[in-house]
Design a binder for this molecule. Structure first.
Ligand code: KIV
Length: 257
């Protein structure tokens, strides 16, 4: 059965939320049965397009990938990242979130930030657009991927932002690259689920970039576990194809009309 926002919220303190990114129909259709949430993340900017940062990702790119992902999803909740510069004020956020929802038929959108974007989150929620928050390291605005939460002020701000997002009506919050003890504190201090990436086992769920998990993206960060080495498998298949074409073995009669 198709997951609803409430199903995700109800998982808090009961069972862990499984989440992954997807950028295309084929991948979404494989991971759908294992996931609660599939995120069309703007990480596609660095993973697929080699951009220096996610700031270069456009609304149009997010929409085209999301339309593809939508076709592969039967049961997971589908969330789409609002790209950089598409939510600089409430009016812009609402216009673009509505556009994303309409064009992609997703179940909600994700915005990065805390206090600064609270009014925009409130506006979206008031207009029945489910919002996933994202605090800790913010790839759209942070220049480096430094773990957060060591400094007292950083810690206080993250806890404050989580509470503000909950009050504004967000249904869950991604915690990216924050200290283990802070993840625990944030998760305990709010009634909506936290989804961690590089934020320890203390969150209500986990998210990873799919291409990282299968070893396709050459990223080396401590919080990514590579569950497969798909590059090897692809190389094997393509090498065989190449040899067979050169040896005139493919296509054989079986593959010809
Ligand atoms: O863009 C993305 O893929 C994300 C996840 C890593 C949380 O925001």
């Amino acid at each position: 059965m198709k997951k609803k926002i409430l199903d995700i919220i109800k998982k808090k303190n009961k069972s862990k939320i499984v989440s992954l990114t997807a950028y295309s129909k084929n991948i979404a259709s494989i991971i759908d049965k294992f996931c609660d949430i599939i995120l069309v993340g703007d990480s596609l900017g660095s993973v697929l397009y080699n951009y220096k940062s996610t700031r270069e990702v456009t609304l149009n790119t997010m929409i085209e990938h999301s339309k593809s992902v939508r076709m592969g999803i039967k049961k997971s909740l589908m969330i789409v990242d609002m790209p950089h510069n598409t939510y600089r004020n409430s009016k812009e956020a609402l216009k673009n979130a509505k556009f994303i929802m309409k064009k992609t038929k997703c179940d909600g959108v994700k915005l990065e930030g805390g206090k600064k974007i609270i009014q925009y989150v409130k506006t979206l929620v008031k207009n029945n657009i489910p919002v996933m928050g994202h605090i800790g390291v913010l790839p759209q605005s942070d220049k480096t991927f430094k773990f957060k939460g060591k400094k007292k002020s950083e810690k206080e701000n993250i806890i404050r932002d989580a509470k503000l997002l909950e009050e504004a009506g967000a249904f869950s919050i991604v915690l990216e690259c924050i200290e283990t003890s802070l993840a625990k504190q944030v998760t305990k201090s709010i009634n909506i689920p936290t989804i961690g990436i590089g934020a320890s086992n203390n969150c209500d769920g986990q998210i990873l970039v799919f291409d990282d998990l299968i070893g396709l993206n050459p990223i080396k960060v401590r919080f990514v576990k590579k569950y497969s080495n798909i590059k090897k498998e692809i190389s094997k298949a393509v090498s065989k194809y190449s040899s067979e074409v050169k040896a005139r073995k493919f296509p054989s009669k079986k593959y010809s009309y």
